[in-house]
Write a protein that binds this ligand. Structure first.
Ligand code: C2O
Ligand code: CU
Length: 472
């Protein structure tokens, strides 16, 4: 087998090579356990970059901290004394080595949301590793096989509903949409430390944050007329779906989660917990504009925001904190609009998956005893979903009640929609607007992987399953 050398395979290069041994190339990344098994039928699965041999090292200190939120200061838990935690950045094919020190009063782990990495580094306590005890440390080391917008967060209990989350951005030279500037925007519903609150269900959120800032103290996104601005949107909240709109501008959606889509231009989009969207904004309307993330379907009002500030606008004042752009009520992105970028391919419309799982998302009981169930089972008292390496798996979900952003660890699936080439994603929302949904994936990453609702309180009350490779 020829040594591919220290080049980063981008998606286009991969395609060019795919006809002359792409499968063999995909199996080249030995040594770190990230190489997917051969996929002999040529089913679509996101190509992995070749290893660059470069190692990027980071240190994360998970600890209690004080966070300034506008006029108040709250006590919370975060990474390296900041919320969101520090951005981790790499190129596809690089090795990330992240040393995590646990200075919290309880166990913790770190999960690398959306990254199809080696199972042992996935950060699920009791499944892929023992939890990291207070005062101890653990080093995560893995190859980041694909580029895109990801995030990392604690995967223990309700810790994500504090400040233990941060962006993970993976570049691929020459890939991705051309742009002049970029900003990563993490949205969050916040309660920790406000009036003595600690993470729990059934409360109203007193605040919504964008990059750890309340609406009274918004971050500024600087732009100059004529520029193309890339916004990487991440919903790091525990319960809130947000509707995002930029006043005076439209958004061109170019990626769903980490994966490219056929560009589609909209005025607003909904983003559920765990999802990411990369959007381009053409800066052609100098001024100071509201970038709003409006709470959607939570049963309470609220908004997080940034301001898009043109250099040409000088010191002009920001819009009112609660201003809702008219764009929020205009053309809204739907799942039916999204079509995977052509090079990602599609599962054959007339093919038959090797296994299909029919899953009903429901709940039983009321109040504090309520369980959120998949086929009437509440994790951990729930059967695993077996798969075998190389299989084509279809998952069909039906929602009975609740808002459920369903997230699969370790894999990227293709949502089936009427375009015939639905978007590739790792998190997808079922709610009143989307009662049923199907996705396909190739079982190309052996291990034990969590599949769960990213509404943190649903996850903690049963809405999880293990996707479990037989013979692994
Ligand atoms: Cu954001 Cu189980 O993950
Ligand atoms: Cu849910």
């Amino acid at each position: 087998m020829p040594d591919p050398g220290p080049i980063v395979l981008n998606r286009r290069t991969f395609l060019a090579l795919a006809g002359v041994g792409g499968v063999a190339l995909a199996a080249c990344g030995t040594g770190t356990g990230t190489a997917p098994p051969a996929n002999p039928r040529g089913l679509p699965s996101v190509p992995r970059a070749a290893e660059t041999g470069r190692v990027r090292e980071y240190l994360l200190d998970a600890a209690p901290m004080d966070l300034r939120l506008g006029s108040r200061t709250v006590s919370t838990w975060g990474y390296n004394g900041q919320v969101p935690g520090p951005e981790i950045r790499a190129e596809a094919g690089d090795t990330l080595r992240v040393r995590v020190r646990n200075n919290l009063p309880e166990d913790t782990t770190v999960h690398w949301h959306g990254v199809p990495l080696a199972n042992a580094m996935d950060g699920v306590p009791g499944v892929t590793q023992p939890p990291v005890r207070p005062g101890e440390e653990f080093t995560y080391e893995y190859v980041v096989p694909i580029d895109g917008t990801f995030w990392y967060h604690s995967h223990v209990g309700l810790q994500l509903d504090r400040g233990l989350y941060a962006p993970l951005i993976v570049d691929s030279p020459g890939e991705g949409p051309a742009h002049d500037r970029e900003y990563t925007l993490l949205l969050d519903d916040w309660l920790d430390g406000v009036d003595g609150l600690t993470p729990r269900d059934d409360v109203q959120f007193p605040l919504f944050l964008l990059n750890g800032r309340p609406p009274e103290d918004p971050p500024s996104l600087i732009a100059r007329r004529g520029e193309r601005i890339l916004l990487r949107l991440v919903n790091a909240g525990s319960r809130a779906v947000f509707r995002v709109a930029v006043s005076g501008h439209r958004m061109q959606v170019v990626r769903s989660d980490s994966e490219p889509v056929q560009p589609v231009t909209v005025d607003a989009l909904r983003i559920s917990m765990g999802e990411r969207y990369d959007v381009l904004v053409q800066a052609d309307n100098p001024g100071v504009h509201q970038v709003a993330a409006i709470v959607d379907g939570l049963g309470q009002d609220g908004l997080a925001r940034a301001v898009l500030r043109y250099e040409e606008a000088g010191e002009s004042s920001a819009p009112p904190a609660d201003a809702v752009p008219v764009e929020a009520e205009r053309r809204l992105l739907t799942l039916a609009d999204l079509q995977a970028a052509e090079e990602l391919g599609t599962f054959p419309a007339d093919g038959v998956p090797d296994r299909t799982y029919d899953l009903v998302l429901d709940s039983e009981g009321e109040g504090a005893d309520r369980l959120w169930t998949i086929n009437r089972q509440a994790y951990p008292d729930a059967d695993p979903l077996p798969v075998a390496a190389g299989e084509w798996i279809r998952v069909r979900m039906t929602r009975r009640r609740g808002t459920h952003p369903m997230h699969l660890h370790g894999h990227i699936f293709q949502v089936r929609n009427a375009t015939g080439r639905g978007p590739f994603k790792d998190t997808v929302l079922l709610d009143g607007a989307q009662e049923e949904l199907e996705f396909d994936f190739v079982a190309d990453n052996p291990g034990e992987w969590l599949f769960h609702c990213h509404q943190l309180y649903h996850m903690e009350h049963g809405m999880s399953r293990l996707v479990s490779y037989t013979g692994s």
